[in-house]
Design a protein around this ligand. Structure first.
Ligand SMILES: NC(=O)C1=CN([C@@H]2O[C@H](COP(=O)(O)OP(=O)(O)OC[C@H]3O[C@@H](n4cnc5c(N)ncnc54)[C@H](O)[C@@H]3O)[C@@H](O)[C@H]2O)C=CC1
Ligand SMILES: O=C(O)[C@@H]1CCC=N1
Length: 280
């Protein structure tokens, strides 16, 4: 149990997933969380009504007294957001940026103060159900106990790994975006089930059980995905026929290109920011 205050700046999808997860884990109580965003009062009301957290559009109110400040805005909004927040940020706090691709150095420059504790975290929306896989990267200046606190926080909502900052690009392209790739596959199952005449009420639990079953097999047997796939695939059977279509269409290459492109996009965001910083 944490007895301090957490401020979220940005009230979108990932902020909600983290708020829900942290409350579910009982790491904090709702009065210890304050969520702020620019102007969307509907969004703040939603969070207040559903989670009981404090909400405000006033960033000074949100940040004052907070031990942990989580920047949960899109990379494109980070500059303006930090500009609004920087007067209230100080070295006693730990500042956690969730923004894909924006480096610690850039964040430090935007805030324009020394001795800040800056951490980058790349959680997933599965924080909502305490199943995030969160990559963490710590600035060398982060005090030991602050680093521990951040790690403890993200461990409440899933698993964590500490990585070098350069590795965050790949961790973002693979795992930050990861749930979306899985949902995309589920969408394909749903489409096919519908067109093949499987009733929606049956298809939905069957698709979910197929995913859960496969994940449990990976977790609970010591078998590789290839071994497990081979056990499903009978010679000249249905699975082989299905997989042959994926292979004919180079779906494996498409997946590799997808992960690479997502990783590159994170790198591009970093470069775009650095260029922009130089030009101002
Ligand atoms: N959605 C996801 O699965 C993940 C997102 N992230 C990162 O988290 C950040 C937020 O992503 P989402 O929650 O998906 O975005 P979102 O668009 O759902 O939410 C962004 C929030 O920021 C607020 N905002 C925008 N400008 C602001 C300002 N000047 N001051 C205060 N609030 C402002 C918006 O009102 C909105 O509530 C992004 O940088 C993204 O890279 C990281 C990991 C996973
Ligand atoms: O799509 C994005 O840019 C963010 C980062 C990882 C997940 N969502």
């Amino acid at each position: 149990m944490f007895d301090g205050k957490i401020a979220f700046i940005g009230a979108g999808a990932i902020a909600e997933a983290l708020v829900a997860g942290l409350l579910k884990s009982e790491f904090v109580e709702s009065e210890q969380i304050v969520v702020s965003n620019r102007e969307d009062l509907g969004r703040l009301n939603h969070l207040h009504l559903n989670y009981g957290v404090l909400t405000t559009t006033n960033k000074e109110l949100a940040i004052t007294g907070a031990n942990i400040v989580i920047l949960a805005v899109k990379p494109k909004d980070l500059t303006v957001t930090i500009d609004d927040c920087k007067n209230f940020l100080h070295e006693e706090q730990v500042i956690v940026s969730l923004a894909a691709g924006v480096s610690i150095q850039t964040i430090r420059n935007l805030i324009g103060k020394d001795n800040l504790n800056i951490v980058r975290a790349m959680p997933t929306t599965s924080s909502f159900v305490l199943k995030s896989a969160t990559a963490l990267s710590f600035d060398h200046e982060v005090a030991f106990e602050k680093a521990q606190l951040v790690e403890q926080l993200f461990k409440q909502v899933g698993i964590t790994a500490k990585v070098e900052e350069e590795e965050l690009h790949a961790m973002t392209g693979l795992f930050g975006s990861g749930p979306a790739y899985i949902y995309y596959i589920v969408e394909q199952f749903e489409r096919a089930a519908m067109s093949l005449g499987v009733h929606r009420d049956i298809a939905k639990p069957f698709i979910q059980q197929t995913l859960v079953g496969a994940v449990s097999m990976l977790q609970e047997t010591n078998n590789s995905p290839l071994t497990l796939r081979k056990k499903v695939t009978s010679p000249n059977g249905t699975t082989q026929a299905g997989i042959s279509i994926l292979e004919d269409n180079e779906v494996s290459n498409s997946f590799q290109r997808c992960f690479l492109r997502a990783t590159e996009r994170s790198e591009e965001i970093e470069i775009e920011y650095k260029k922009w910083m130089k030009s101002t």
